[in-house]
Design a protein around this ligand. Sequence first.
Ligand code: NAP
Ligand code: HSE
Length: 427
Amino acid sequence: MEKVKIAVLGLGNVGKGVWEIFENNMTEIKNRSGYEIEIGKILVRDTSKNRGLHIPNNILTSDIEEIFADDDIKIIVELMGGINPAKDYIMRAIESKKHVVTANKELVATNGKEIISKARQNGVLFLYEASVAGGIPVIRGIEESLTANKIKEVVGIINGTTNYILTKMAHENLDFATALKEAQEKGYAEADPTADVDAFDAMYKLAILTYLSFKTNVSIDNIYREGITNITSYDIQNAKEFGYTIKLLAIAKEMDGKLELRVHPTMIPSTHPLSNVNDSFNAVFIKGNAVGDLMLYGRGAGSLPTGSAVVADIISILRTNMTVTGSSNVILDMPILPAENSISQYYIRMNVHDQSGVLAQIATIFGANDVSLSSIIQKGKNDNLVSLVFITHKALDGDIKKSIKLLEQLSTVDSIKNVIRVENFDE
Ligand code: NAP
Ligand code: HSE
């Protein structure tokens, strides 16, 4: 059997998973790839760190030049994260005609166009299955299995950390900080967890899904983004009373030739399959014009699930015998709909002074701005303030924003506590 040498850049949560999969599944990997694979070098920052793995000392290095100096290394697997030096190393690898595998969604979302073009020019493969939804084969699923479809809509729970936090807050009444700490301990969170909780991670993944599903390179500035830090247990409880669950959704929808791209906490019916996607599980719900509705579900983060996607990419490269044949790559670059033109139902919670006429004032402002109300509930009283919760009918995002601005100016409204989109998945 032919031998091949690879190098791995990074031995953190994902890198360790990759090492473990090679240790445990070496026979299967050999049989399926047709190669005997040797991990020749692993790049880390600190070679003296105890990693709890049996890795021979001569494999670890903190010097990238040792890797580039070894012509026998044919595949570079980037698992460091961040833009630089990851991008620099990947571009150098491609220029040296080495194939590249990465799990780095930030890099693929922001620099993918340039890297993919460089890989095509140099006749090497650049694969990134692990960058979206961890162990779920969503990239290959869209690129290969669904390639006969016009995709109309992709809606995903694609961040394991925030899904873990929201699940723990809803089911176990854990506070936000404790749930985040648990997600970090389990290896789901990014090095900087604001990437997760402020929804940057899900936004990067949505950019990649948009490229694959709609053949559109999207600048991340064109994706509406809102994280989960404002979500309270009280909102989760209110959602339950209305028959909804709160999830961080990433949505890409085609509307009359334009794309609507948004990532935000969303109230979805507790009967919808996405509402039962819990803990670090991810799911991607796809509407294709031939296949209909389809949902891919699995572990979206963590050492072994992500490692599974990384090793699958390595095997895919080896199955081509490392010779790349050109394939069509038509880019459509569809226009993006501005966020204020998107239409949705909304949950709006506010504290108001408990006096007569308040409700009429609020209803007048909504009505004057084309926002029609679907339900209202009044909650408990505290210091002469009562909590009012509204669910609107579908309204323009811009009209909701105008209404909120005007409501904030009313002396009878103490504060707007939360505004959350509601998605009922109707046409
Ligand atoms: P991590 O635990 O922070 O590990 C990063 C590794 O890269 C560490 O071993 C670190 O070395 C090494 N490294 C970082 N910068 C380096 C540099 N400049 N030079 C040399 N080595 C460097 O990260 P992770 O969670 O494994 O994530 C890795 C990548 O996978 C990221 O792009 C992430 O977004 C992506 N990803 C993660 C998950 C997940 O569940 N964690 C899932 C999907 C995708 P030291 O160990 O010496 O510090
Ligand atoms: N931090 C990411 C998450 C890792 O929580 O989903 C997987 O991409």
